[in-house]
Design a protein around this ligand. Structure first.
Ligand code: NOJ
Length: 969
């Protein structure tokens, strides 16, 4: 019999109560604040609404720049000064120092702080708290711990002072301009003489300055302000929040001009990729929470937050990055010819509205505290904005290749026998997979870094067996640490846990293990200690031996606290550095997974292996080190559909290593749904099947024929496409290009593409997919965004042209997967079935040349490294092959970086291209032979006419060398 401790008993009781009292079919919305229940959201919206109702002419703005305060430093491309906020008495002035920087690649950064808080001229009851406003979000979000690169020295920068403004012009050809207006305070950015974005366009700037806890009548509030909950919180479990600084929120609006299409603000669940107008709803909320059983359409907060919006129009795109890790709400308002438009009107009048001359999207950002820190990026295209955002926050590191294979997970694989059985079945059923996962039940009563010994008596033997065929194990490690064993004792003893507000002791709350403490990974000492736990030494916590095929899953790090306010941590808890949890809430998950990453990196230092970590909670910058998934979805068709826009949005916000639980987490998918989910899942950058503990087993062989075979073929397709996918990751790692790429990235000049959120390209490969996500589908259609030719990927049968247009696909069966290659592209695949990615390493390649509509051009790129080590970074051990077909000739050019003696690059001199297929709608070669040249030698091969395409088998060329193939004329 299982024996429960009192704590376990209490937390199980708590869960039972939650299950019984609450219907299980929907999100527990009453647990989370609405804007009107969130004091600062309410106040900032009230402020904005009052200004709107007064109208521009009647409103007297209360913020202005003091032009005498300017301090200009051209070398640091920095412009400092003071913004003065005048209070209602017309006399009291609050000084808000600001700084504008022009960063590398013309990104603009604005920061606004509060002088009294900088100088510490405030009184706070709790002397453990730092008096400043939190100004370090950038250290976590930006790459290199916040070391931002400023404008290059050789880029021109000029400034001119006028009576009402300061003007800066900058850029290679002085093509950018920024005007800083003094009163009312505004920043206007220009691109090629066009106004593109205005900061504080609508005067919603609001910095709630520090003031003594006091009676309402002495608050000196202006008429557009409200005293709603200034010094207390009245929401459910948040009532105990001590709010030691009183009201300290910040708000600011940024208008994107001539734009009414905006994306971003991950993570939210919405069937539409585009953000909606929020005039009639709550704003979007960014506040990392364990959003149990979320819905398919809502502005509710979710597990992760990326405060980044991208506005797109035909000739330019703009990114706004709000660098703040506190609870944040964002209103999105579309405004046409000066009028706010609610969503209903917008839909009814879409046509009329878009044709109107003046349009803009106003984004209103509201955070509970911290400084205003904001970066604006302007580019000609959405991809350019991604690349600029990546310059600030860093790009995704190339993941270990195995992590792009198929992952098999469920809550839980029960014991070693179970794990090895599942493992063997993959081979018995001839299905490729790379990784099997263990959820929380592998531990001794949810004590991380331990095993449930009776069930896992030889974990190392188990992982060694997996390793024989190149398979890996991922185990879960969460940040809540059960309050009864060495780990929590160490955390308490070392003072490295998240602390209570009224004493320095660790905060205790409830999560899976029952009573727990939370490691404070903001504390360098906590990270140092965390690292020791993963060491493969004899520290006593050596729970994964020296195996190097074990990787980590970090879950519940929002942090999820079952008995905490809004299922998370009380906001007045205290972190390292004297910062309240309120200031860093959305960043906590990032510090936790970065600590784990560092730990694994050190653990694998000798083997020089890339760690793999999956997180549920994230923040801007998370993309640098980990993958994410979209949390607890459901086994329902609408969640399959939802997974496409959610994963596409992850690409738009530069965190593309994403996926959704294949099959759905809660519930039991029908056979059709499960099969269709694999059809979509093979395109998720992170491809993992996962299921709730109460769901029925659904490993691919259990579902039976014909489903198992369909799924096997789909997984095979994923493995075949790995060279394309890995090259996509490479592109992303250098320029931020999404991996699942929304169609509008291919054609931002075609506004019809802005509302396509059910199909996507795979990076720049030319592959266009529109997985079927409807039940009983017999017919579907796909939008081709240009007049290029598109070939059916599987049989080259359809030659669709004369777009942009929708094309109907009839006779849809469960096997049908609408997947097309756009003419003009060359795909590289590995076609042999293997058990795992490691076993594919030396397999030959196949090239598919899909000619453009004129039948005379195609190009493709292939990036290869060892997929395992950091040698591509440390010794340039990688290769890029570029293929080009033109003038009836196929050519491979090799780009390497002085690295021909590196082991991987050398091995590529023997890896063959085993097949070349050439597809063209009207392609007719007169010859049956082709001439091949490589290394100064020439030979002839057969050019086989397969009626709809030509094939060259075994041309004798290798992937690591340059070669040319020409049909003999
Ligand atoms: C919540 C996660 O979202 C889910 O995937 C996991 O199975 C459970 N925690 C148990 O660890």
């Amino acid at each position: 019999m299982r024996i429960y401790s009192l704590n376990q008993f209490l937390s199980i009781g708590l869960l039972l109560v939650l299950f019984l009292v609450i219907p299980t079919e929907s999100v527990k919305s009453y647990l989370f604040k609405k804007c009107d229940e969130s004091s600062f959201c309410h106040r900032n919206r009230f402020f904005a609404n009052s200004i709107k109702s007064l109208g521009d002419s009647n409103y007297k703005p209360i913020y202005k720049i003091d032009p005498d305060s300017f301090d200009i430093d051209i070398i640091r491309s920095s412009f400092k000064g003071d913004i003065i906020k005048t209070l209602n008495d017309g006399q009291t002035e609050v000084v808000l120092p600001f700084e504008v920087n022009i960063l590398k690649d013309n990104n603009i950064r604005l920061r606004i702080d509060e002088l009294n808080r900088i100088n510490g001229k405030i009184q706070v009851d709790n002397n453990r708290l730092t008096k400043r406003r939190f100004n370090e979000a950038y250290k976590y979000a930006f790459k290199d711990n916040g070391n931002v690169e400023l404008l290059d020295k050789d880029v021109e920068l000029k400034f001119e002072k006028f009576d009402d403004r300061l003007e800066l012009t900058y850029g290679k050809n002085l093509e950018n301009c920024l005007k800083i207006f003094y009163y009312p305070f505004k920043l206007v950015t220009y691109l090629d003489d066009k106004e593109v974005a205005v900061i504080n366009d609508r005067n919603f700037l609001n910095v709630e300055h520090w003031r003594q806890r006091q009676e309402n009548d002495t608050l000196n509030l202006s008429p557009e302000e409200t005293d709603f909950n200034l010094f207390h919180d009245s929401f459910k479990d948040s009532k105990n929040d001590k709010l030691p600084f009183g009201p300290e929120s910040i708000g600011l609006d940024v208008s994107l001009l001539q734009i009414d299409t905006v994306f971003g603000l991950a993570e939210h669940s919405s069937m539409n990729l585009q953000l909606k107008d929020t005039s009639e709803t709550d704003p979007y909320r960014l506040f990392n929470v364990d959003i149990f059983e979320y819905e398919t359409e809502s502005q509710f907060p979710m597990y992760g937050s990326i405060p980044f919006i991208m506005g797109v129009r035909e000739d330019y795109s703009v990114g706004v990055f709000w660098v703040n890790g506190a609870d944040t709400w964002v209103d999105v308002n579309k405004i046409y010819d000066g009028d706010d438009v609610n969503e209903q009107r917008q839909q009814q009048q879409q046509q009329v509205l878009s044709s109107k001359k003046e349009k803009k999207t106003s984004t209103h950002w509201m955070s509970e505290n911290g400084i205003i820190d904001l970066v604006i990026m302007v580019g000609k295209t959405p991809s350019e904005v991604n690349s600029k955002y990546g310059l600030v926050t860093g790009f995704t590191k190339l993941p270990a290749l195995f992590s792009l294979g198929y992952h098999q997970c469920r809550w839980n694989y029960n014991d070693e026998e179970d794990v090895l059985n599942v493992h063997q079945n993959f081979d018995i059923y001839n299905i490729s997979y790379d990784t099997i996962w263990l959820d929380v039940e592998y531990t001794d009563s949810k004590r991380y870094f331990t095993w449930k010994d009776q069930l896992f008596s030889d974990p190392i033997g188990m992982v060694n067996t997996l390793d024989e065929t190149g398979r890996n194990l991922v185990v879960i490690i969460d940040p809540h640490i059960k309050a009864d064993y060495f780990l929590s004792e160490e955390i308490e003893k070392r003072g490295i846990g998240i602390a209570n507000s009224d004493n320095e002791k660790c905060y205790h709350g409830h999560c899976w293990p029952g009573e727990s403490v939370w490691i404070d990974t903001f504390n360098p000492k906590a990270r140092e200690y965390w690292i020791t736990l993963f060491k493969n030494s004899t520290t006593g916590n050596n729970f994964i031996g020296s195996a190097s095929n074990i990787h980590i899953w970090n879950d519940m790090s929002e942090p999820s606290i079952f008995n905490g306010p809004e299922t998370s941590a009380p906001k007045d808890l205290v972190h390292y550095g004297g910062w309240e949890h309120r200031s860093i809430h959305n960043i906590y998950g990032l510090t936790f997974h970065e600590a784990t990453y560092e730990a694994l990196q050190l653990r694998f230092a000798n083997e020089n292996k890339r760690p793999f970590i999956l997180t549920r909670s994230f923040y801007s910058g998370s993309q640098r080190t980990v993958a994410m998934w979209t949390g607890d979805n459901r086994s329902k068709w609408e969640f399959l559909k939802l997974s496409i826009p959610m994963n596409l949005n992850q690409g738009i916000v530069n965190f593309p290593f994403s996926g959704s639980d294949v099959g759905g987490f809660f519930g039991n998918p029908s056979k059709d749904l499960l099969t269709r989910w694999y059809q979509t899942g093979i395109f998720y950058p992170f491809f993992r099947a996962h299921a709730h503990i109460d769901s029925r087993r659904r490993e691919p062989w259990l579902i039976g024929e014909p489903y198992t075979s369909i799924i096997r073929d789909l997984i095979d397709l994923r493995y075949k496409l790995l060279p394309v996918l890995y090259t996509a990751f490479y592109e992303n790692s250098i320029n931020g290009l999404p991996i699942m790429k929304p169609v509008f990235y291919e054609h931002p000049e075609n506004p019809e593409t802005y509302s396509i959120d059910d199909e996507f390209f795979l990076s720049d490969s030319g592959l266009l997919a529109k997985p079927i996500v409807e039940e009983n589908c017999v017919q579907t259609d796909i939008y081709f965004p240009d007049d290029e030719i598109y070939y059916n990927f599987f049989d080259y049968s359809d030659h669709i042209q004369d777009g942009p247009k929708r094309y109907t696909i009839d006779k849809v069966s469960l096997e049908t997967l609408p997947l097309f290659i756009k003419g003009g592209n060359i795909l590289t695949t590995k076609e042999r079935h293997r058990r795992s990615t490691r076993l594919m390493k030396y397999d030959p390649y196949t090239l598919t040349v899909a000619l453009d509509k004129e039948n005379n051009f195609a190009k493709g790129k292939l990036y290869i490294d060892d997929g395992e080590t950091f040698n591509h970074e440390s010794s340039n051990d990688y290769l890029i092959a570029q293929f080009e077909y033109s003038n009836n000739q196929l050519k491979s050019s090799i780009f390497t970086k002085d690295n021909s003696n590196q082991p991987l690059v050398q091995s590529l001199n023997t890896i063959k291209i085993e097949k070349i297929k050439i597809i063209g709608s009207k392609l007719k070669y007169k010859s049956k032979k082709a001439k091949v040249s490589q290394d100064g030698k020439e030979w002839e091969v057969d050019l086989i006419d397969n009626s709809d395409h030509y094939v060259v088998r075994n041309p004798g060329v290798v992937v690591g060398k340059q070669w040319i193939i020409t049909p003999v004329v």
